[in-house]
Design a protein around this ligand. Structure first.
Ligand code: ASP
Length: 602
């Protein structure tokens, strides 16, 4: 036999009984039943049972007895029916077994770092042995689903006339709100490339080039503190098109997501997706990426408390703020620990405290109730549909703070009450009309909410002229799935004057504009077409499709939460020679630390 195998391990059926077959793979499990050795032989497709009977071939059975989990073997033999009653209907090959006449050990596996059927216990250990961990059927399935997703996206975009173009990795800083990874240049000492935070500028320049429809499955790099579920490098499905309005980007994205869900999960996603403005999303859900799979909406109480005696609420309204509340149904049994947690959360997001009312035994329990008039109570009861067992949370503050606090608490309560745990709803949503700019008090300047190439809404251009920056809305949109932002984009500025004006508004003076973005401004002067686009976070999308809770589960080689690749021990110290070539000198402290771990100089 000049092939390693004649079949894969999920292939043989009843109809193959009596035939010869050669299989290869890993020993998933070895069982010894009184000298009869049962091997579950695994490859990426599945399992086949291989049975060594001493009465048929004593020598082979003896060899098989010494096989260990994860050894790589090849077996040839006859396909036989399983003994009646021992068939396994859960297995594609569950009717048959292979009775081998030969066994070749292709490689041994020694000292397994952990067992693949164990629960995740030590993530660092698993990441160190990631190539081994990836043999878990769940992770193997995730990688293949990821491939299905990118494949479906590619096919869809290709059918729509989009051209896949690679843009440089060694590139120039492009602001997407994170820190750049820098790569020192050897040929231009003292100068640095930046790894792209996104291919934003290149894709816009491709529009100036007349490409009209571009996409890329693009690697992006952002040097952020790795909060929660971030990775320093991740992948976007990056799209840009010329002569488009948001409607066309929405339809294209919806079509692509529908194709992806169909290909990866066999699900028909209804389109078009509903839309909500940023203002409405934050106002009613306390989030610009609302999870609408459960209610608990924020209710505005300005008209209830406008003339109230209760100073805390009245005061917030008088100083231009809001009073908002939400009803956590059936949450009156809130524990002291939960009260502490939610109060700490409210404070973390800028509130002074957290007021709430529990409805128990027909009574409203809260220190604030005594300040309410009967009319106010009645209005509250009807606006919030208050019933026995409910818990009402209040926020009286600036709009931004009150909505954020209640929005965070809303999500936490949904988690505690497991409101989405058993839901298989796919709630897609466009959030539109994001603000263009936000004020950074620490830096005392206006920043772009999205990035500085985002177009202001035409209706709001007069506000821009009047420098009422906080009120200008952007021609920007996000696509949200079940409370997770899976993509975002905008129509861009294509006029050099408008772009220069916005750079100035963001505090980039003319000299800096030329140094940082001269190429963009020059390109816009050479007949740039109107254009816009979007980028979807591939990792998050695949995570949701796979039903995983972390993007690490859908990346082949993720970094840990300290940004390290534990498997290859990267980042690692550089050799002195490399530093010399780059004309880099480390500051004294780091040098001592780095040299102690440096590989010897070659
Ligand atoms: N470059 C943007 C981002 O990475 C997406 C876009 O505007 O197309 O968020």
């Amino acid at each position: 036999m000049n092939r390693y195998r004649s079949h894969h391990n999920a292939e043989l059926r009843k109809s193959d009984i009596g035939a010869q077959a050669t299989l290869a793979g890993w020993v998933d499990v070895r069982r010894d039943h009184g000298g009869v050795i049962f091997i579950d032989l695994r490859d990426r497709e599945g399992l086949t049972q291989v049975v060594f009977r001493p009465e048929e071939n004593a020598e082979l059975a003896r060899q098989a007895h010494h096989l260990r989990t994860e050894d790589v073997i090849q077996v040839s033999g006859r396909v036989a029916p399983r003994i009646a009653g021992t068939e396994n209907p859960k297995l594609a090959t569950g009717d048959i077994e292979l009775l081998p006449s030969s066994l070749t050990i292709l490689n041994r596996a020694e000292n397994l770092p952990f067992h693949l059927d164990d629960e995740v216990k030590n993530e660092d250990l698993e990441l160190t042995y990631r190539y081994y961990d990836l043999r878990r059927p769940r992770l193997a399935r995730n990688l293949r689903l990821r491939h299905r997703v990118t494949q479906a996206a590619r096919e869809y975009l290709d059918a729509q006339g989009f051209v896949e173009i690679e843009t440089p990795i060694l590139s120039k800083s492009t602001p997407e709100g994170a820190r750049d990874f820098l790569v020192p240049s050897r040929l231009a000492p003292g100068k640095f490339y930046a790894l792209p935070q996104a291919p934003q500028q290149y894709k816009q320049l491709l529009m100036v080039a007349g490409v009209e429809k571009y996409f890329q499955i693009a690697k992006c790099f952002r040097d952020e503190d790795l909060r929660a579920d971030r990775q320093p490098e991740f992948t976007q499905i990056d799209i840009e098109a010329s002569f488009v309005r948001p409607e066309e980007i929405y339809a294209l994205t919806e079509g692509m997501l529908a194709a992806v869900f169909k290909a990866a999960r066999g699900i028909d996603v209804p389109t078009p997706f509903p839309r909500m403005t940023y203002r409405e999303a934050v106002d009613t859900f306390g989030s610009d990426k609302p999870d609408r799979r459960f209610g608990m909406q924020l209710v505005d109480l300005a008209d209830v408390f406008r003339g109230s005696e209760f100073k805390m609420f009245r005061g917030a309204l008088d100083s231009g703020g809001v009073v908002k509340a939400m009803n956590a149904k059936g949450f009156a049994g809130i524990t002291i620990g939960q009260v502490d947690e939610l109060t700490a959360m409210a404070k973390q997001y800028g509130a002074k405290g957290l007021a709430f009312i529990k409805v128990e035994n027909g009574e409203w329990k809260s220190p604030i109730v005594k300040f309410f008039t009967d009319a106010e109570k009645q209005a509250l009861a009807s606006k919030l549909s208050i019933e026995e067992g409910d818990c009402i949370f209040f926020a009286a503050d600036r709009w931004e703070i009150a909505t954020e606090v209640l929005g965070r608490i809303r999500l936490r309560i949904a988690e505690i009450q497991q409101l989405t745990a058993s839901s298989d709803v796919l709630d897609f949503l466009w959030v539109t009309e994001f603000p263009l700019m936000q004020f950074d008090a620490a830096e005392d300047k206006w920043n772009a909410v999205h990035h500085p190439f985002t177009r202001p809404k035409a209706d709001d251009l007069p506000l821009l002229e009047e420098k009422r920056y906080g009120e200008v809305r952007a021609e920007a949109y996000d696509v949200v799935l079940n409370g997770v932002e899976i993509g975002g984009g905008s129509i861009r500025i294509h006029e050099p004057e408008l772009q220069a004006k916005l750079f100035s508004a963001y505090g980039v003076d003319e000299q800096q504009q030329q140094a940082m973005f001269g190429h963009m401004l020059r390109a816009f002067r050479l007949g740039a077409p109107p254009h816009g686009g979007i980028a979807l976070g591939l990792d998050r999308l695949v995570m949701l499709i796979c039903g995983e809770l972390s993007i690490r589960e859908v990346m082949a080689f993720p970094k840990n939460n300290r940004g390290m690749d534990l498997m290859s021990q990267s980042p690692a110290p550089a050799e002195r020679r490399q530093l010399r070539d780059l004309r880099l000198r480390l500051a004294a402290d780091e040098r001592a630390q780095s040299e102690s771990k440096s590989p010897p100089e070659r």
